[in-house]
Design a protein around this ligand. Structure first.
Ligand code: RB5
Length: 157
């Protein structure tokens, strides 16, 4: 399967069951789920798994990344430190759609201790069904990405 149909998934120990449910859900829709773990329930640092998924996305190996932890916040913060990542935490389907349409997000973070499985699957569906609108949103996304290259304490209003 091509990279355009490949989605990487990772989590920490707090979200293994939900991650596996999402992997099965997207596989049934025809995506190739690249589930990089973990599979054992012992406590594990979420930045390691968030980074591993992020690298798969920015390298072009996978089109999107779905990352999970207890809140979704930790994996989101870690992933957004990797150049090229645009990741948002979503607890609702509207935001999941909008981060694709307006922010061209390439990763989605979900908190397994925040949302139930049914809502999480709907959030994933909303994210994957939406497309970046471009237009007036394109230069704004470019401005986000330019922050990665700018020297400290420069710019702003
Ligand atoms: C693990 O206990 C928890 O801190 C983690 O899953 C996540 O919520 C961090 O942001």
């Amino acid at each position: 399967m091509t990279a355009s149909k490949r989605i990487v998934l990772s989590s920490d120990h707090a979200a293994i069951a939900l991650r596996q449910a999402i992997a099965a859900h997207i596989s049934a829709q025809g995506w190739e789920a690249v589930d990089i773990g973990p599979t054992t329930p012992q406590s594990t640092p979420y930045p390691l798994y968030a980074e591993a998924a992020a690298r798969r996305v920015v390298s072009g190996d996978c089109r999107f990344g779905l990352i999970l932890c207890g809140t979704g916040q930790g994996v989101m913060m870690a992933a957004n430190k990797v150049r090229g990542v645009r990741c948002g935490v979503c607890v609702d389907t509207f935001s999941a759609r909008m981060i694709r349409q307006h922010n061209d997000a390439n990763m989605l973070a979900i908190g397994a201790r925040v949302v139930g499985e049914g809502l999480a699957l709907d959030i994933v569906d909303a994210f994957l069904a939406a497309a970046f609108e471009g237009g007036r949103h394109a230069p704004r996304v470019e401005m986000i990405m330019a922050l990665e290259a700018r020297p400290e304490m420069e710019g702003g209003v």
